[in-house]
Write a protein that binds this ligand. Structure first.
Ligand code: ADP
Ligand code: ZN
Length: 361
């Protein structure tokens, strides 16, 4: 088992990564002083419940815990105030008190929702995260938890750090293949922004990663979570550094919005966005080899690297303009300046951006 410490100033917590470690959940809770006196709420979604809920519930009960469960529908729609209220109802009926904990088992949706339940129930109770997607490595570092409002995503939220994160690579084996590739997109992004060696390792181990080799996954998640933890903790000193985590996200978010959030997975949209950012880099005078290399690596992961041709350029540009980062004919972009290095460039001409959007189709 690998262990990584996320140190965010006022509090730090461990991320445990390994194959089969979910079976030690009850013992890990006890090590973290989450005792059996108060009931525990386990939140998950229908897909994840099918594979893992019975096993987790049984092993917690065998460890003497009283367990309440809440199973939500899969997908972003469950990140709502209505579902939050349902969770609170379950928590109250089960008698959760200030010494209780909420355990999230699932992807980013479940983590964000359950984390916000933990942050808000009785002004905050303890939270444990068991991510079951590769993409969720991202939301397991940084403590951002939230539900969506009808008008905007993630606007009802809080910062609430988990007691610990338990990443069992065995749980990733049931992920749909498309989710695997999309999760690897966000993971290799951590390399593109910070760690050339990691990108090279990723490139050399693509087959192992796609085959869900446990050791390869554990290594990649360890490095990826580590990069995010480093960037987030340095952000406290160098205000704004955190923005580099958004490589590929400016174009990516616009594509998600224009396609109605149901055509492209987040990781797919940012793969296209990372290629776009690398093409913009060439416009800014950096070597064209960055875009070639970025595209090659993402293609090898089986990710889309072009904008679906039916998406309208004007609609994409207008979604980009609505992005708060736009001002007076220039846009702020995270630009790769080499493989494994980026800069925050606030001087990217919107004319170039349009040109790149066209070229990407
Ligand atoms: P993320 O934002 O991390 O991609 P989501 O919570 O949206 O996560 O999960 C993506 C999809 O994958 C959902 O349909 C979810 O139910 C499903 N899922 C999550 N983890 C697993 C798993 N380990 N096995 C099978 N399906 C999973
Ligand atoms: Zn992302």
């Amino acid at each position: 088992m690998k262990q990584l410490t996320v140190d965010l100033g006022e509090r730090s917590y461990p991320i445990y990564i390994g194959e089969g470690i979910i079976s030690g959940l009850a013992a890990t809770l006890a090590n973290h002083k989450i005792g059996t006196k108060s009931p525990i709420l386990v939140v998950t979604d229908e897909n994840v419940a099918k594979f893992y809920l019975a096993q987790v519930k049984d092993s917690l009960e065998a460890g003497g815990y009283r367990v309440a469960t809440a199973v939500v529908a899969p997908g972003e729609k469950s990140k709502s105030l209505a579902v939050l209220e349902d969770m609170i109802t379950v928590a109250l009926e089960a008698g959760l008190d200030r010494s209780s904990a909420v355990i999230a088992i699932g992807g980013g949706v479940v983590g964000d929702l359950a984390g916000f339940v933990a942050a808000s129930y009785m002004r905050g109770i303890r939270f444990v995260q068991i991510p079951t997607t590769i993409l969720a490595h991202d939301s397991s570092v940084g403590g951002k938890v939230a539900v969506n409002h009808r008008l905007a995503k993630n606007v009802i939220g809080a910062f609430h750090q988990p007691e610990f994160v338990l990443y069992d690579t065995a749980t990733l084996k049931t992920l749909p293949e498309r989710e695997i590739r999309a999760g690897l997109s966000e993971l290799v992004k951590e390399g593109f922004i910070w760690d050339r060696e990691f990108v090279e390792w990723f490139d050399a181990n693509t087959d192992k990663l796609l085959a869900l080799d446990s050791e390869a996954l554990a290594h990649a998640l360890y490095i990826g979570c580590g990069v995010k933890a480093t960037v987030v903790s340095q952000d406290e000193r160098e205000g704004g550094l955190r923005a580099i985590l958004n490589l590929g996200h400016t174009i990516g978010h616009a594509l998600e919005a224009v396609s109605g959030y149901d055509e492209l997975l987040h990781g797919e949209a940012i793969a296209i966005g990372m290629v776009g950012a690398a093409m913009l880099s060439e416009k800014l005078g950096n070597p064209g080899s960055i875009a070639v290399e970025t595209e090659r690596i993402l293609r090898k992961l089986g990710l889309p690297v072009r904008i679906p041709s039916h998406l309208d350029t004007d609609a994409i540009m207008s979604a980009l303009m609505h992005d708060k980062k736009f001002k007076e004919g220039t846009m702020v972009f995270i630009i790769p300046t080499a493989i494994g290095e980026v800069e925050i460039n606030s001087n990217v001409s919107s004319v170039w951006v349009r040109e790149i959007v066209e070229r990407l189709k």
